[in-house]
Design a protein around this ligand. Structure first.
Ligand code: AMP
Ligand code: MG
Length: 407
């Protein structure tokens, strides 16, 4: 059995970074950027109107009021996408819509609400005096050309997507998706929706794995529940080793008579780097490699599998894609946390902000078979080994589940 720290360092020595590929921006959501996104032009790209109204020379409106409006001659229309080529002179104006380029000679916009309105009339009455520059969005006021907008290593979400589109990126360089094969083992496993016979249980782990793997940004190549039978395991795994970057199994890796997963990995030429880590749940964790393929064997208890994926596999997947991982964060316990004397202890937990501080507590269902402990959880709490429980007020590491919000 090795320490958590040692196990992490062994894994990081064996991780490789996936190649990148260009994808259409439409396919980029959830992918990890492998290029910096820089401003290809200033933003706004040209002076334009923030309002529907009239482009004027501010000086012409100097004496305008609602009671004594100033009349200006309308010489053209500038609309978004169809700018006017005309230069306005003294006493003239151009109807100018939101987003339309400011015509030459104009220095301000009068909102249509402060005029007699749009019409076919060749003149408009302006009922307000506007300051120089009113309602003009100035070229470059938001972003200068060549400004760094998004750093490589960022995951593309709606936040980034809008900016990439704004600056005209039709294609983006992103990491290739890790190719993943997941499998569960156990003669007792039955698919949800089917009937259970005596002694059988439903397979839940592969459903969890599939969602977690896809959320992390990987592509599932193979997924199967396999009987506790060496030949079936061998045939699945030899194919999985051909087509995957990462293989993740659940179950069959402990001390049971029918736990063949580790043996089969080794028989297929997988190099074992470690088996068994000082952690609870999930002690019999297997990690191996074959060429540049990474193989994780997680124990089958559903909480061990779920937490094992989040603590061990998730960070590997995002590192392979070049995503910058978040630094560890710590919260303050508001209930005791059952520490282990010699093992790292993980439990699902719930974190929330109270008076500006991150406060958290573990689930009270602490068995590794109790998957309902994931319900309502928004984090995994992790503590180093130590004597006696951690107490309210003590700090604990919080691994926030990225798809849950803190409330
Ligand atoms: P194992 O690691 O194979 O000894 O399995 C440990 C426990 O997890 C046993 O109670 C199994 O029935 C259960 N288990 C294994 N695989 C799954 C699965 N895919 N879904 C739900 N429970 C499982
Ligand atoms: Mg089993």
């Amino acid at each position: 059995m090795i320490s958590l720290k040692k196990a992490k360092s062994i894994i990081s020595e064996n991780i490789f970074i996936l190649k990148d590929e260009k994808v259409n921006i439409k396919q980029s959501v959830g992918r990890i950027l492998r290029e910096n996104i820089v401003a290809s032009f200033p933003s706004p790209r040209f002076d334009n109107s923030a309002m529907d109204g009239f482009a004027v020379r501010a000086g012409d409106t100097k004496n305008a009021t609602a009671d004594i409006p100033t009349e200006l001659k309308i010489v053209d229309i500038s609309s978004a996408g169809t700018p006017s080529d005309i230069t306005i002179g003294l006493g003239e104006c151009i109807q100018c819509m939101t987003g339309a380029e400011i015509p030459k000679g104009a220095d301000s916009i009068v909102m249509v609400e402060d005029t007699s309105g749009f019409s076919d009339n060749p003149h408009v009455k302006v009922m307000i005096s506007v300051p120089h520059g009113a309602h003009i969005r100035k070229k470059g006021e938001e972003i200068n050309i060549d400004d760094l907008l998004i750093k490589k290593g960022t995951r593309v979400t709606a936040n980034e997507l809008g900016t990439c589109a704004t600056f005209g990126y039709g294609k983006l360089s992103v990491s290739k998706k890790p190719k993943i094969s997941i499998f569960g083992t156990g003669n007792e496993l039955v698919e949800p929706g089917e009937k259970l016979a005596k002694g059988q249980i439903y397979n839940s782990n592969l459903y969890v794995f599939k969602d977690l793997a896809e959320k992390a940004g990987s592509k599932i190549e193979m997924s199967e529940v396999i009987k506790d039978d060496k030949d079936s395991l061998k045939s699945f795994l030899s194919e999985a080793l051909e087509v995957s970057d990462v293989i993740i199994s659940s179950g069959g890796v402990s001390m049971g008579r029918y736990d063949y997963v580790r043996d089969v990995f080794i028989e297929l030429g997988v190099k074992e780097h470690f088996w068994k880590v000082a952690q609870k749940p999930g002690k019999p964790l297997f990690f191996g490699t074959k060429e540049n393929k990474l193989i994780f064997g997680l124990p089958g208890n559903p909480v061990s599998s779920f937490i094992g994926f989040m603590e061990w596999v998730w960070p590997v997947l995002i590192t392979m894609m070049g995503e910058k991982s978040e630094k560890s964060i710590y919260g303050i316990l508001d209930e005791p946390f059952p520490r282990e004397r010699t093992k790292h202890r993980f439990l699902f937990g719930r974190a929330k902000y109270k008076n500006g501080k991150l406060v958290c507590h573990p689930t009270n269902r602490i068995g590794s078979h109790m998957l309902t402990s994931a319900l309502g959880a928004n984090c995994i709490l992790g503590s180093d080994p130590g004597d006696g429980p951690l107490n309210p007020g003590d700090l604990i590491r919080v691994n926030l589940l990225p798809w849950k919000i803190i409330q």
